[in-house]
Design a protein around this ligand. Structure first.
Ligand SMILES: C[S@@+](CC[C@H](N)C(=O)[O-])C[C@H]1O[C@@H](n2cnc3c(N)ncnc32)[C@H](O)[C@@H]1O
Length: 273
């Protein structure tokens, strides 16, 4: 069954917006450990959402100015409210409404870098976004893309309902025109769009008894992520309430298991325009 392609898998509710802030901070160190925009002046952030990554970029790279492109008005409103009260972001960003697949910028916009995080997975033609980024950036600029690879998710103890639900979650994302496995394809996509010096790095959360506190945080966070799509999944008839309940129960068991394991990998690609 095809879902409404205009909807966003996680929705734009306040709870979901709050989850984006939490997610950004929770994964911050993993994402940014190998990201360096300290030599850049004017970076384009594509799909900036509620400004969660914008805040991190401006905090980590004090010389940076960001132009943020986002197509959803509600996200932009929230991002502006959030960023406007942070002293270190003042005068260092502007947020524009637009479509990443068809940008309004021209090729001499003076962007000297681009950052894009958890966006291509929701876009029907991600290669067009990469093509647009390459068109509007100054030649020789770095691009950093962080994306999901949802087939890597695993939890111990074995949780068949969670895995079944995860399959449906990914089916819905696919049917909405997204791609929950896009991370694995970034190398090919960047190459086909003419980027140079392409590197991909697999970044992994492998949490077990060696770090129980982080594991507990992650299981809590992941349970929220799973359930964030539950209303949409039920509405689109991909799952029923019963499966939703079983997912809650199994994730609760995972959270209580003394030998629980959480595993998930995502992909970060870097390239030069
Ligand atoms: C999962 S959120 C990630 C937001 C932010 N990058 C972060 O990591 O917190 C994806 C965002 O991409 C935006 N988006 C999706 N397709 C887009 C498009 N074609 N053009 C611009 N923004 C888009 C959505 O509205 C949403 O705010």
């Amino acid at each position: 069954m095809k879902a409404d392609s205009k909807k966003y898998l996680h929705g734009y509710t306040e709870t979901e917006q709050n989850r984006l802030y939490k997610q950004a901070r929770f994964i911050e160190n993993k994402i940014y450990s190998t990201v360096d925009f300290s030599g850049n002046k004017h970076v384009l952030e594509v799909g900036s959402g509620v400004g969660a990554q914008t805040e991190i970029l401006l905090r980590r790279f004090p010389e940076l100015h960001l132009t943020c492109l986002e197509y959803e008005k509600e996200q932009i409103k929230r991002a502006k409210n959030f960023l406007s009260v942070l002293p270190y972001t003042s005068g260092r960003y502007n947020i524009l409404q637009g479509n990443a697949m068809d940008m309004d910028f021209d090729s001499n916009s003076n962007f000297d870098g681009a950052f894009i995080c958890w966006v291509l997975e929701h876009i029907p033609e991600p290669a067009r976004v990469l093509s647009e980024i390459r068109r509007v950036l100054t030649p020789g600029s770095p691009v950093v893309i962080t994306e999901v690879l949802n087939s890597t998710f695993f939890v111990e103890p074995y949780s068949p309902n969670v895995l079944n639900y995860w399959l449906k979650f990914n089916d819905l994302q696919y049917d909405m025109g997204g791609d929950p496995f896009v991370g694995a394809k970034l190398g090919n996509m960047l190459q086909s769009q003419g980027y140079r010096s392409i590197e991909t790095e697999t970044k992994t959360f492998h949490l077990d008894n060696r770090n129980p506190a982080k594991r507990a945080d992650m299981i809590r966070f992941w349970t929220e992520l799973l359930l964030s799509a539950l209303p949409q999944l039920i509405e689109a008839k991909y799952v029923d309430e019963d499966l939703g309940e079983k997912v809650k129960q199994e994730m609760h068991l995972v959270s209580k298991d003394p030998n629980a394991v959480f595993f998930y990998s995502f992909i970060q690609a870097k390239a030069i325009t």
